[in-house]
Design a protein around this ligand. Structure first.
Ligand code: FRU
Length: 436
């Protein structure tokens, strides 16, 4: 990938995360590494496993409080259903539903678990996976919840939405509605691989936002490059400017991640999010990595920052990097071209002494980053991945803050476990209060 140049055209050509970019990834650089978490971390609610988390926000990305309450949504699974064990944690995807939490202070210590959001049975498929929750513009208390509707047999993964209302009083927050679920779009096999092309295809995690440049509503999502799995040719475009005599590493062609984008064509003011135009991917990782999950965007200083989470295990060929959040920056708006942040793409990775301690990092517009604790090695343990000694998380990690400075990012602050901050309040005017 070339450095960002304001003279390059902003057509939807897509940018590449290249093998040369990934060669620059450095684990344990203090500016791009999560702090080692205390083995005695607190748990928000020990009845549920909690992992991917997103805060109530507006369509522009700002986290908002509702009537003074901080509200977060998360994938959860009941520990009573999975078993409160290591095996239970690792089976959570097969029990996953969207739950919510609320807090008066935003401090992790006083989050209260509020239960299920989508009415039982409304999602026609087996599981609810990641998405986002957006206050409807010009409405006092309508929430549009975007999520991934996932099925086991037949295997399906469909970005979907459901709408409801948020209600609150002095004692807490609750929801009504969320009883009708509608598909948004499916992997088309043209812009994004479908299951016929790639049995391991990824197609999920819708992130909805209004683009400041054209005022249109878009969805980002996790996808794969279209084409038959493993049948890709890795050429000089995918290699990038590698050192002399570098050859295409074996297995590189199994990395085919894509950060997807679609444009809304139905009428959002009527709550219709059912029609979208599929557009070519913003960034592809052909030859580098097979998964770019939960893509999301931050607009700052006229720059567009695109973040995505990825795993150590999904790098391909000789490329390698820690579990964490990666990112790209564009000077020309959402369609790029994009340059990898910090030269390599790595924004925040796990330390090598605790390689799987956190995952599913989400960067808010002020640079606060939330993530969940996955498995935390016992201090001094010879094998950080030994299930006999690591501690399972299933709760939120300390929130950290990063500073975005052009093409560079820096870890600058460590906050409390599950700490959140808001950049706005809802309802936004007293007129809304009367209608709610
Ligand atoms: C990221 C992720 C998402 C998916 C969810 C399923 O942690 O893999 O891509 O929606 O978790 O649990």
């Amino acid at each position: 990938m070339n450095a960002v140049s304001s003279t390059q055209s902003a057509v939807h050509s897509g940018s590449r995360w290249t093998i040369a970019d990934a060669m620059k990834i450095r684990t344990d650089d203090p500016t791009t590494t999560m702090p080692v978490i205390d083995y005695a971390f607190p748990v928000i609610d020990s009845d549920v496993w909690q992992w991917d988390t997103w805060l109530l926000r507006d369509i522009h990305g700002k986290t908002v409080t509702f009537k003074g309450w901080y509200v977060m949504f998360a994938l959860v699974a009941d520990r009573a259903a999975t078993g409160d064990t290591t095996e239970g944690w690792h089976s959570r995807n097969n029990y996953s539903y969207i739950g919510y939490y609320y807090s008066r202070t935003g401090n992790g210590a006083d989050w209260k678990f509020g239960g299920r959001v989508i009415k039982e049975g409304a999602n026609s498929r087996s599981w609810e996976w990641s998405g986002c929750a957006v206050m409807r513009e010009n409405s006092a208390n309508t929430v549009d919840l975007f999520y991934t509707s996932v099925n086991d047999t037949p295997s399906e993964s469909v970005p979907s939405y459901t709408t409801g209302r948020i209600l609150a009083d002095a004692t807490g927050v609750w929801f009504e509605g969320f009883d009708v679920c509608t598909d948004m779009f499916q992997a088309d096999g043209v812009n994004y691989a479908n299951i016929v092309e790639d049995a391991y295809w990824d197609f999920r995690d819708p992130h909805i936002f209004r683009n400041p440049d054209d005022n249109q509503i878009y969805a980002l999502f996790e996808g794969n490059v279209p084409g038959m799995r493993g049948n890709f040719t890795i050429g000089s475009d995918e290699m990038g400017p590698v050192p002399p005599a570098t050859t295409v590493p074996a297995g590189a062609q199994y990395g085919a991640a894509a950060i997807g984008i679609a444009r809304l064509t139905s009428d959002s003011t009527r709550g219709d999010f059912s029609k979208w135009e599929m557009l070519p991917a913003l960034v592809t990782a052909l030859g580098v990595n097979d998964q770019t999950e939960r893509p999301h965007v931050v607009f700052q200083d006229g720059l567009t920052y695109l973040f995505t989470i990825s795993h150590h295990s999904t790098f391909t060929g000789n490329s390698t990097g820690p579990d964490g959040v990666y990112g790209f920056v564009s000077r020309n708006g959402i369609f790029g071209p994009y340059a990898p942040l910090n030269g390599s793409g790595l924004v925040l990775g796990n330390p090598s002494s605790a390689p799987y301690e956190t995952y599913s990092h989400f960067v808010d517009p002020a640079g606060y980053v939330q993530s969940f604790i996955d498995t935390l090695p016992q201090p001094g343990s010879a094998d950080p991945q030994d299930p006999a000694t690591y501690r399972i998380g299933g709760t939120l990690a300390p929130t950290v803050k990063i500073v975005l400075e052009g093409e560079r990012t820096y870890l600058t602050e460590v906050h409390a476990y599950g700490q959140v901050y808001a950049q706005g309040v809802w309802p936004t005017s007293s007129a809304f209060d009367k209608r709610s």
